[in-house]
Design a binder for this molecule. Sequence first.
Ligand code: BG6
Length: 478
Amino acid sequence: MPARPTLAILGASGDLTARLLLPALFRNENREELETLRIVGYALEDWDAETFRAHVRQSLDEFAPPVSQDAWRRFSERLDYRSGDMTGPKLAVLEEVIDGPASFYLALPPGVFAEAAQGLGDAGLQDESKGPRRLVIEKPFGTDLASSRALEADVSRDWREDQIFRIDHFLGKETTQNILVFRFANRFLEPVLNSQHVRQVQITASETLGLEGRYKYYDKSGAMRDMLQNHLMQLFTITAMEPPPLWDERVLRDHKVEVLKSVKPFEPAHLEHRAARGQYAAGRSGGETVPGYLEEPDIPADSITETYAAIRLELDTWRWKGVPFYMRSGKRLSGDITEIAIEFKRPPSQLFRETRLAQCEPNWLVFRVKPDETIELVAHAKKPGLGMESHPVSLRTDYAADRSAEYAAYDQLLLDVIEGDHTPFLRYDEVEAAWEVVQPLLDAWESGTPEPYEAGSDGPASADRLLEHGDRWRPLIP
Ligand code: BG6
């Protein structure tokens, strides 16, 4: 009989495990996926397997209800637990429960990633004589270019690149994957996705939520490190990359790195028109009055952490030369929307009566991640009735109306780790290239202050300076 695969979750008593990993594993159980996977929790808590099972059950009742008795019986039989810290001698206890392929998921604070990767190495758990061994690391991978390189050096002491799975959960989202399918499985789109036809691209991830208790983490991070350097940069590379000649994890990731390498570097003298940052002040959000960032618990009164960041990227490539890619993300904004919106240039002449070019809505192709997973094309069609007038119509497909799709990113990514498919994970050169793009801004933003914006608004006014004459940011409420 082949040895059973094991998933060891380091940080099994934490928030990420309870909210995202356990529900994803349990939903996969319901789909009869990964049924032979043994799941071992590992954390400092001095629990036994029974206590861990009770903890898992409580997490599932809270974050993945309803929990059917049948599925729970099957799932709970596969759970085990060991306790200890991140040193080699303690981690070696995992040997007791691993007899074949194993993946080690670091559901830990980023400051502990290097220690955990090396502790596993000291315990010899990366050794592949009994089957593949994999290390799964969450974002953020470093806090800037230098720290990401240092982390990479620590992690790669014992782990080869092909054993490492760096997660960016946006890559597991339906819409992200659908951009690739929609672009490359159809004939009509690719020929017009270039500077001859595209006027601009806006990539937005706006949230009405504040910090949700993560004050200490967020104050050291800010919108650029928390969202733009990773999640939005991934949406950008997938939108801008050249068509890969084959569906191969190396080729796909090479193409994404090419995009990042062709970004025109930020020049300090032109930053005003290439980047903007803001910090929310008190205001109204979600129907209630909320405090400003500086009044939040654990936030120093003189913090200059940005809760909003916007950048304008330009690519020095034949395909995209001259097309601005705008990216923005923030907390406590007016709406919850995540989308990639591509605006096409207007037709060269306007043929139809009573529709003056200036008033005519341009064509937009929008890939929406949130609140609904849709693809929408705003186009012109004949206005019904006598005469030849056009009016805008929206051609729209809801391809994932199921609410559970919201969480499906981790379901898919865990399957991919166990199956050893690297496609939706980040290679280190991608992470490094993304840090290289944003590093000049991180340096510039060490001084000065972000512009305050009212909670519940669309963000700081200075973001408008990034736009070309005549362009406007898209609304944050769909
Ligand atoms: C996380 C960020 O990586 O992504 C959060 O740390 C953010 O600040 C979240 O809220 C957004 O992800 P999603 O899937 O809810 O859009």
